[in-house]
Design a protein around this ligand. Structure first.
Ligand SMILES: *Cc1c(COP(=O)(O)O)cnc(C)c1O
Length: 380
């Protein structure tokens, strides 16, 4: 059966594909060689492999799986999510313009601002979950990239990808979507019109909090994409074969993990929404969330495993709740099988995050155990 005809469950359960012909193994081998031999006529023994910076089989296998999952033409893995983001923004010429969503993953904002400042690239920041505001800022003049993140981290705002594509088109920009908090199981931005989708594979794609990585996937191979391929091969921001192998191994259970985590998250969101010590829950699965209707259309597989909530009280109350949790680990990151809690204001006090906001990444534990932990931490 051709990979193109298979559903995500099947593609993933056998991620990496065919049996290793040499050993008969049912998982792909790791080839750590940094260089590959040529024959007596000086042709590479394997035409795909000359040198490990641009060429590694298991990296390509993992890329093939990710491209297939998102419905893209090609994928490129990077040693981190930020390296993937940087590779895309480095295609913007000096003096260009980018439009980026405000209130997103803080390190993206920070790096893009700093990079663009050094290149005299104009950065316009806008709340892209407001489609009219995005269209208005795009209409100001030509741009190179429109960058949105949906659901956004840690505000859980939902951006309409199809509307963002129209806005990007109106100023000649490509639309790139950071879909890390959604995963390829819950939404496929390329199918909604995006030109490039990015994931930090450090998060739910690997799912076990033990491999750093990032990926860009394109709808079509374009000159911008070719420039990224060239830059990665020459500048060398590549994922190593061991990491790519671990990633493939992690991806084999992605559907199962996401299903459980989404199910847990919905139960926890409903519990917190009714809790007397919680002021508000930010989770697109809740009917009163501003992006709920849009998320229902855009995320047919479910609303994700990430949420934030505001504790009634002050900074100390929120920190006390975080401190009393025993199952949720107090750590940054998201998308692993273990649940995490984070007091974002401690990390980024300057970005307008409320002092009472706790962000949780819901893992694959039993929902009732997680709810009991939250209950005792909040004080019933
Ligand atoms: C973690 C994350 C990134 C950055 O990825 P790294 O793998 O940590 O470099 C970018 N965007 C979002 C939404 C993230 O959660």
């Amino acid at each position: 059966m051709d990979i193109k005809d298979m559903r995500p469950e099947t593609v993933l359960a056998q991620a990496g594909g065919a049996i290793d012909q040499q050993s008969g193994g049912v998982v792909p081998p790791i080839q750590p060689a940094t260089t590959f031999v040529r024959d007596e006529n000086y042709n590479p023994l394997n035409p795909n492999n000359v040198y490990a910076r641009p060429h590694n089989d298991v990296v390509r296998q993992a890329e093939g799986v990710l491209a297939e999952l998102e419905g893209g033409e090609a994928a490129l893995l990077f040693p981190s999510g930020m390296a993937a983001i940087a590779a895309l923004f480095r295609t913007v010429p000096c003096g260009g313009r980018v439009v980026i969503q405000s209130g997103i993953y803080w390190n993206t904002t920070k790096w893009v601002r700093d990079f663009c400042d050094r290149r005299q690239i104009v950065v316009d920041e806008v709340d892209a979950s407001d489609a009219a505001a995005l269209a208005e800022i795009c209409a100001k003049g030509p741009a190179n990239i429109v960058w949105v993140e949906t659901p956004s981290n840690p505000w859980l705002k939902i951006t309409d990808v199809a509307a963002a594509k129209s806005a990007a088109e109106s100023c000649g920009a490509i639309l790139a979507v950071d879909s890390t908090a959604a995963s390829p199981i819950l939404t496929n931005p390329l199918k909604l019109g995006a030109d490039i989708v990015m994931h930090s594979t450090t998060k739910v794609i690997n799912g076990h909090s033990d491999v750093l990585g990032g990926v860009l996937i394109c709808k079509e191979v374009t000159p911008v994409w070719d420039a990224i391929v060239m830059d990665r091969g020459s500048a060398g921001a590549v994922m190593g074969p061991f990491e790519a192998w671990l990633l493939l191994r992690g991806m084999r259970t992605m559907v199962l993990r996401v299903e459980r985590m989404v199910d847990n998250a919905m139960k926890i969101a409903s519990y917190l929404a009714d809790h007397p010590k919680v002021e508000v829950v930010l989770y697109p699965g809740l009917a009163d969330h501003a992006g709920h209707e849009l998320a229902k259309r855009q995320m047919p597989g479910g609303f994700g495993f990430l949420m934030s909530f505001l504790v009634k009280g002050d900074r100390e109350t929120a920190l006390r709740v975080a401190g009393r949790l025993t199952l949720f680990h107090r750590a940054t990151s998201l998308g692993g099988v273990e649940s995490l809690v984070e007091h974002r204001h401690t990390i980024e006090p300057h970005t307008g995050i409320p002092e009472t906001l706790l962000r949780i990444s819901v893992g694959a534990e039993h929902a009732q155990d997680l709810i009991a932990d939250l209950g005792q931490a909040l004080g019933q």
